[in-house]
Design a protein around this ligand. Structure first.
Ligand SMILES: Cc1ncc(COP(=O)(O)O)c(C=O)c1O
Length: 389
């Protein structure tokens, strides 16, 4: 059966393993986040790395997303070509080739980049000048994750001022299309438009998230105040992850970049989501029951990704259709499940797996079956899957 032949078929007829998105759940997840952002006056910039799929992005845009976040320059190129923008590249892009490609993207859609170092700003500024385009910059702060971002308001302000200095005041050469849609007002090739952070370390119960997010907020507010005092634009304060999304209005953030919220997975389980909300499932079949008390499914690390269990959970995926079964081992092509006491399994039985991490799982698949009520309505290519540059 080709992918297109699947349209109109029941998901139980699909050859396994198959990546299936439940349209009702997907649309509910998109609508819930969009309603929250609208109610709280936050701009939603969904992260495209989760799904890399035009059809999902189109639904997010229809629900009110004002822009889209990407991690990779290639994602920016592909989604700009597909008509999606403004774009925010929230990744420290480094290297002449990347800067050149980003300068091209900036000629197609309004582009913002999040930066935490002057070297990247200088390289990008050179490429933008050569191409005659411009971009907005958000100065990234490390909110506590210890991954990227400058440490505090003082460092952020120093970097913002240095970027403004190298951005070169005069209008961009060549009359390239500017980042008008993302608030650029300065005349240089780069314009500091605000600050950003990724509070990826903030997870847990609502109370835990609220407490840790307050610390993040203190850093953001102090930096905003320092920028304002120094006359640096700080209209945009970008943050947000799926785990913190629903509390973003308790901070000074003006925009949120949640990604995983469209699918949801076990990594979000402590945030109040359950497997019942997870829109993305891997449909797998039992291929062996030879070892007593176990069943082996045809979905290994090359299907689910090797993402381990989130803190507080065990298992390499959740078997949504077999409560109590635990995926105790994941090989390249096998998921080894221990069955609950007294349970049996037969070769050929089918199961739905909720991956530990939807984003890395989706990235392994060329297309997604989009199903409603168990019937495949469409087949969607992941246009940027595997694009790591
Ligand atoms: C910089 C950045 N922003 C936003 C997100 C979206 O977070 P989530 O997928 O938890 O919604 C991520 C996720 O890795 C990220 O790295």
């Amino acid at each position: 059966m080709t992918a297109a032949d699947a349209i109109g078929r029941h998901v139980l007829e699909l050859e396994t393993p198959a990546l299936v998105v439940d349209l009702d759940l997907l649309e509910a997840n998109i609508a819930r986040a969009a309603a929250y952002a609208e109610l709280r006056g936050l701009a939603l910039w969904p992260h495209l790395k989760t799904h890399k799929t035009v059809e999902v992005a189109a639904r997010q845009r229809a629900a009110g997303a004002v822009g889209f976040t990407v991690a990779k320059s290639r994602e920016a190129e592909l989604f700009a070509a597909a008509g999606f923008g403004p774009l925010l590249l929230h990744y420290p892009a480094w290297g002449e080739e990347k800067w050149r490609r980003l300068a091209e993207v900036a000629g197609q859609v309004p582009l913002t980049v999040a930066l935490d170092g002057l070297g990247a700003a200088e390289g990008l500024a050179r490429a933008l000048r050569a191409r005659g385009t411009r971009a907005d910059v958000l100065v990234e702060l490390d909110a506590g994750m210890g991954r990227t971002g400058v440490a505090d308001a003082h460092e952020a302000l120093a970097l913002a001022q240095a970027i403004e200095r190298i951005a070169g005041g005069g209008a961009a050469a060549g009359g390239g299309r500017g980042a008008t849609g993302s608030g650029a007002t300065g005349g240089g090739v780069l314009h500091v438009a605000g600050i950003s952070c990724y509070p990826g370390h903030v997870r847990g119960t609502l109370d835990q998230v609220r407490a840790r997010l307050a610390e993040v907020d203190a850093l953001l507010c102090a930096t905003r105040d320092a920028f304002t005092r120094a006359g640096i634009d700080c209209a945009r304060i970008s943050g947000g992850s799926t785990a913190t999304l629903q509390l973003s209005h308790e901070t000074c953030m003006t925009e949120v970049r949640a990604g995983n919220y469209v699918f949801l997975d076990r990594s979000e389980a402590r945030g109040g989501w359950s497997a019942a909300d997870a829109a993305l499932r891997v449909h797998a079949a039992v291929v062996s029951t030879a070892v007593p008390g176990r069943m082996v499914l045809d979905a290994g690390a090359k299907t689910l990704s090797e993402a381990g269990p989130p803190a507080g959970l065990t298992g390499w995926a959740q078997v949504a259709t077999a409560p109590g079964a635990e995926v105790v081992a994941l090989n390249e092509e096998h998921a080894v499940c221990v069955l609950p006491q007294g349970a049996t399994a037969r070769v050929g039985d089918r199961h739905e797996l909720v991956p530990n991490h939807a984003c890395t799982c989706a990235n392994l698949h060329p297309f997604l079956y989009a199903a409603r009520g168990g019937v495949v309505e469409e087949v969607w290519p992941l246009i940027a899957r595997g694009e790591v540059r």
